[in-house]
Design a binder for this molecule. Sequence first.
Ligand code: FES
Length: 102
Amino acid sequence: MPSIEFLVNSIGRAKRVDAPEGGELVDICDEFLAPIPFSCRSASCGTCHIQVLEGVEFLEPPDPPEAELLELLGGGSDHRLACQARVKRGAGAIRVRAVLGG
Ligand code: FES
């Protein structure tokens, strides 16, 4: 079962959760009250910008709308939108931090 660790930040405590196989990251964040902020939930605002410090290979690749916004936001291939990312089946440990303010 995939595990996801969310690092502490100014909006919440660190959290490590067991995630469902093939789950939407946004649903996991909602269910476990992860310290990741959301607004539009549709790859438009960038509020949910995260950096995946470990296990980015365990997330499905970004769809075009996510990839387009990530290009505007900057960062690298380890940056994702938590409202769009999906956890792959058979995933292992994933570690993320919110990129607050962008
Ligand atoms: S919440 Fe707006 S891009 Fe994810």
